[in-house]
Design a protein around this ligand. Sequence first.
Ligand SMILES: Cc1cc2nc3c(=O)[nH]c(=O)nc-3n(C[C@H](O)[C@H](O)[C@H](O)COP(=O)(O)OP(=O)(O)OC[C@H]3O[C@@H](n4cnc5c(N)ncnc54)[C@H](O)[C@@H]3O)c2cc1C
Length: 543
Amino acid sequence: MSRRPAPIDLDADVIVVGAGSAGAALAARLSEDPNLRVLLLEAGGPDRALELHVPAAFSKLFRGEYDWGYDTVPQPELEGRTVFWPRGKTLGGSSSLNAMMWVRGFAADYDGWADAAGPGWSWDALVPAFRRVERTEAPSDPTQGTDGAQPIEQQRDPRPHTAAFLAAARERGHQVTAPNRPDAQGFSQTAVTQHRGARSSTADAYLRPAARRANLRVVTSALVRRVTFDFSDEVPRATGVYVEIDGVTRLATARDEVVLAGGAVNTPQLLMLSGIGPAEHLAELGVPVLVDSPGVGANLQDHLVAGLAPAARGGTLFTAEHPSQLARYLATRRGMLTSNVAEAYGFVRTPVADRAGVPAGLPDIEIIFAPAPYVGEGLVPLPAEGITVGAILLRPHSRGTVRLASADPTEKPLIDPAYLSDPEGIDAETMRAGLMECERLVDTDALRTVTTGGWVQPDGGERMTAAERIELALRRYSHTLYHPVGTARMGADEGSVVDPDLRVRGVTGLRVADASVMPTIIRGHTNAPAIVIGEVAAERIAR
Ligand SMILES: Cc1cc2nc3c(=O)[nH]c(=O)nc-3n(C[C@H](O)[C@H](O)[C@H](O)COP(=O)(O)OP(=O)(O)OC[C@H]3O[C@@H](n4cnc5c(N)ncnc54)[C@H](O)[C@@H]3O)c2cc1C
């Protein structure tokens, strides 16, 4: 006897597509108004697996059922490699499998958004939204919220190697400071989106506290295929979405509006599947063109990271999988498994910055530190005791694209971040300068107390010059820091995909609220601004 799926009410005032960093925050905030019926549709299943909650286990989720498991197209500047791009596919989205670093970036980055999309997106205008998000355990600045939704706590058990790294930064003349001041220069121990040693995703921070509200319906394993429109007015109006649940495609209807929060890969894919995108590209794939919007899927920016991994003395995360660590974690929520892996970071301004036109006082590289050799894009078990000191390109000049591979919503889109492709070569030059700073940090007395002189990556690095190690790190081993943004950029200009209120140009009743609206990538990590975008969207919709 076949079991019939329980009927689901798919009628709402607002439909939010995607329960990720932005979408979960948005849906929960909207549902604070008991008169608004909110439907949150999430392609992934519920966030049940232990690995989603145990901090150090996040890379175990890669290529599994909670990961969209993307790969880029081959990157000519990275020896023709494809690069693995995980994205979260469950409640909480990428906040459920990210590295939990809370790094807001610089006030100047948000002021750059205001240049593109008006004063409502300046740092000063966004501080109240940051404060609504943040529940900071140890605030170091009055702009940091202490009673918001998202716990931001101190690491419970950082490795001693992390203290050695921060001492190395001091030895190199860098400032070591508390994290997340709006002009945050210098190096810090990472503040993390954890609560008492467990991951706190936006499903934990926003959806669980809202779960009892009758006006918020969350449907998992619900893949949205495209937006539907009403054509009776002069401008097409979004009326709902086609969504696949239990293998059946159904119509979900929105009385007021549909908000896409599928992230920087899936949102442009959904827009294009709905006929909003570059007309020529859509026509090639046989998708009927509703709005010719060349900005959809363009302007892709990501943070490239290249790491050096010297061999280290014991006590790194190499032994985190020992059964005693799991027992300790389960009993006390302490020990190695509470590590978010990337335990410290710092901002530096390289000698290339002046030539590249980076405004005075701002960094062009972030240095990231892990008490583990993060190799093989996180897809392989840790091979040995080691540490990682890596350089992140904060403001790439290169721009990439997300394009449809086919008109089938279940087929992965084509992702081309075009790493290091800027014709002037500033991106590669900046990365080399950043990696040189990593070399110098590795060469300090402070870090030498925890390293052995050998190398995990590049293998045999002890027989190479610094320049050789740097070139290999950059071309052979670099990978994404998982921060794609910009593929449905907001702006006050007509060429932008969404207007400053996040409304999709060319139609009514449709907005985007996720990392894809960022016009430029921030000098920080993208979870914080993605959640803030969800908060701001809720405010604008309520208005
Ligand atoms: C491995 C990894 C590590 C990272 N580490 C950090 C870090 O330490 N600190 C930091 O600040 N940032 C980090 N990031 C980046 C950060 O998590 C993301 O920038 C942020 O979560 C993006 O939020 P979003 O709302 O734009 O998208 P997401 O959080 O990715 O949410 C999109 C949601 O939409 C759903 N969805 C997509 N398509 C559909 C569809 N068709 N139908 C229904 N649902 C759909 C997805 O399943 C997902 O749940 C990391 C990311 C990854 C992947």
